[in-house]
Design a protein around this ligand. Structure first.
Ligand SMILES: C[S@@+](CC[C@H](N)C(=O)[O-])C[C@H]1O[C@@H](n2cnc3c(N)ncnc32)[C@H](O)[C@@H]1O
Length: 250
């Protein structure tokens, strides 16, 4: 997947994209990420990228010209890819989730626009942007951290990026549930022991225990997720049993 990030702070991406799984994905050719500095595209003498909002009010707004020209360069960069989605990171956007990450991971290319100050001129959004995405109901200083979160969540779903051991299929949200608790060595840490079932070697029991933990955790913490949860065929009986037991306990 090719990713182009339009930002006033390209250096913010160096560390994140140059570490761990993302760096490996780049090295192995699964990801091609470039950040473009919007300021480099400003026509103004002092490379100005913002101005006062029409109608008054606090703060500054990012002007259209540098962003339009930076976006044009990003498109030229991706010339073999037709109409890539252009995502504006914005607190006003659709709230990002695993489903959207899965959808975006199927794209050949993505362009991200990171806002700053009070945001970007609406004409950029009306003309260039296909998706406005928020990472939650709070306001950050800029779109860089939100873009990194989206790039990270999307990249790890691209086939081949994660090795088998790191498979995401059991992880929270992927199958509609929160993940079960995880334990590692030692089996006894200062008197706190690992649940016996996990050291039993009985894979059926382990599988059932994990499913039960996932269902109970989701029911307690995120009951909203259960509305869309499709119970796997082989877990239907167990799911019913867990549900009855939970009702009896109340
Ligand atoms: C200070 S914010 C601007 C907020 C804007 N004035 C508003 O009230 O909606 C500056 C930039 O940070 C980014 N940003 C802030 N919070 C975000 C969030 N929750 N999700 C995605 N992007 C966010 C956006 O790119 C935004 O243009």
């Amino acid at each position: 997947m090719k990713i182009r990030i339009l930002t006033l702070f390209p250096e913010m991406f160096d560390k994140t994209l140059g570490s761990s799984i993302l760096q490996r994905a780049i090295d192995n050719g699964y990801l091609d990420i470039q950040s473009l500095n919007i300021r480099d595209f400003s026509d103004s003498k002092h490379k100005k990228v913002d101005d006062y909002p029409y109608g008054g009010g606090p703060g500054m707004v990012m002007t259209p010209q540098p962003v339009f020209d930076c976006h044009k360069q990003a498109l030229e960069n991706l010339d073999s890819i037709e109409a890539p989605r252009t995502i504006y990171m914005s607190p006003k956007g659709k709230v990002f989730n695993q489903k959207l990450a899965q959808e975006l991971s199927k794209e050949k290319a993505l362009i991200f626009i990171c806002g700053h100050y009070e945001g970007i001129d609406q004409r950029i959004i009306d003309t260039l942007v296909t998706d406005e995405i928020s990472i939650g109901d709070y306001v950050l200083t800029g779109g860089e951290i939100p873009a990194m979160a989206v790039v990270d969540a999307v990249a790890r779903l691209i086939p081949g990026v994660l090795s088998q051991e790191e498979s995401y299929k059991d992880e929270s949200f992927y199958n509609g549930l929160l993940e079960y608790p995880q334990y590692t060595r030692p089996q006894d840490f200062r008197g706190m022991t690992v649940p016996d079932v996990l050291t039993s070697g009985n894979h059926k029991d382990i599988d059932e225990w994990r499913f039960r933990q996932s269902v109970e955790l989701t029911r307690n913490r995120r009951p909203d997720l259960l509305k869309d949860f499709v119970v796997p065929k082989d877990k239907e009986k167990l799911f019913k049993k867990i549900t009855i037991e939970e009702k009896d306990r109340k």
